[in-house]
Design a protein around this ligand. Structure first.
Ligand code: SAM
Length: 221
């Protein structure tokens, strides 16, 4: 899979893309990440990519021309623009993106982006939550991690991807490992019973209990 990133801060991605399973996926050729510096399409000696908003108001707006020039050669890819006003990112969206050959992620900065970019060069506008970040780079990293772990061969044991939170609309059950007792805090007896049917029944019950307590909205869907 190839992921194209359009950003004014390509350096932002250097370390996160080099480490962990994302780094390994890139080394093995499973994932190809290409960084596009938006400033290459900027105006004048300062490679300006923003300008004052029509109608006045706070902040600067990313201009349509540099983004149009960056996005036009990527017209045959699925182009995503990160914005707090987009559709909330969820597991289903990541599952869908993971089946694509070519995904393009556009990172905004400043007050926002000239609306004509979304209207003419973008397939999907996505938010990573009801809060405002400084820019879309962190959102792009969220998407890259979420998609990469779904690519074949990236996570050693595929079952762990299949049984995670948000599969079947539930949160995951709690986990424990050694020691069986720490500072007097034990582990649920059933997990040490060796009785796999009981363990699975306990896990299913915990998934439901946890979802009911923490994310009842998931059960309503
Ligand atoms: N003025 C915008 C608003 O009120 O919706 C916020 C602009 S924000 C400071 C700059 C850029 O960060 C956005 O264009 C977007 O690319 C990115 N961004 C910030 N928060 C985000 C979020 N929750 N989800 C996705 N992208 C976000």
């Amino acid at each position: 899979m190839r992921i194209n990133i359009i950003t004014i801060f390509p350096d932002f991605f250097t370390s996160p893309l080099d480490v962990s399973l994302v780094g390994k996926a890139r080394d093995s050729g499973t994932l190809d990440v290409r960084l596009f510096d938006l400033r290459e399409h900027g105006r004048g000696v300062h490679r300006q990519v923003d300008d004052a908003p029509f109608g006045g108001g706070a902040g600067m707006v990313m201009m349509v021309q540099p983004l149009a020039e960056a996005l036009e050669p990527l017209a045959d890819t699925h182009r995503v623009l990160f914005t707090p006003g987009g559709t909330p990112l969820d597991q289903e969206t990541l599952d869908r993106w993971a089946t694509l050959e070519d995904l393009t992620l556009v990172c905004g900065r400043y007050e926002g982006i000239d609306e004509r970019v979304a209207e003419h060069f973008i397939d999907e506008e996505i938010s990573i939550g009801d809060y405002v970040l400084l820019g879309g780079e962190v959102a792009a990293l969220v998407a890259i991690e979420g998609v990469t772990r779904l690519l074949t061969g990236v996570v050693g044991n595929p079952t762990s991807v299949e049984t995670e939170s948000f599969r079947e609309g539930l949160l995951e059950e709690p986990h424990y490992t050694r020691p069986a007792e720490f500072r007097g805090w034990g582990v649920p007896e059933v997990l040490r019973s060796g009785d796999h049917a009981r363990i699975e029944a306990w896990r299913e019950e915990e998934r439901l209990r946890r979802t009911r307590e923490r994310r009842p909205d998931l059960l309503d869907e």
